[in-house]
Design a protein around this ligand. Sequence first.
Ligand SMILES: [Fe+2]
Length: 209
Amino acid sequence: MNETYPFTISPLPYSYYALEPFLDHEVLVFHHQEHYAAYVKGLNATLKPHPKLQKMTMESLIQNAHTLPEPLQTQVIRNAGGVYNHQLYFDSMNSPSFSLPKDSLFKKLTEDFSSFDNFLNKFLEQCMALFGSGYVWLVLNQNTLDITSTPNQDTPLTRQQKPLLCIDLWEHAYYLQYQNRRSDYINNWFSLINWEHVLKLYVSAEKKS
Ligand SMILES: [Fe+2]
């Protein structure tokens, strides 16, 4: 995430077929090649006339966007958020076999949510409670793991929280396969979570806190 302008479209860390049957390749192809790619292109087009902003990393752009004048502020929030959120979402998954988090992350999840099942239940609850488009996140908030949601392409980075995991709840993430069965998408997505990646982010976030 130390990349600066011009931002490039990151390839998926797995094949478009790798998440079937829980996420069809058609869904992933559209999501990655059209929706995510459009945010990368939109961000580069937004930054093109602003050399000062071109030196900033993605995280820095998101955290400082509120200091920019409108309409630049809105364009940066939407596009940089769209890139950051999608990259974390794609990195949050790896293969359709349910696994458990390991080591210090499992310990912390069970401490902060009473049990791992309770964490999954609370995460599902937040997902179902989100109205419209947005994301639900696992974040490190100070020294506590927390579940939070953001509308549109907002991110918890602006609340000084450290994102570890996110699910995309825009309809384009699941409607082609699940139509209005949002809870089926979420329950199947639990089996796709790449806990190794979440652990890596958790260890790094913990060191910085
Ligand atoms: Fe998306």
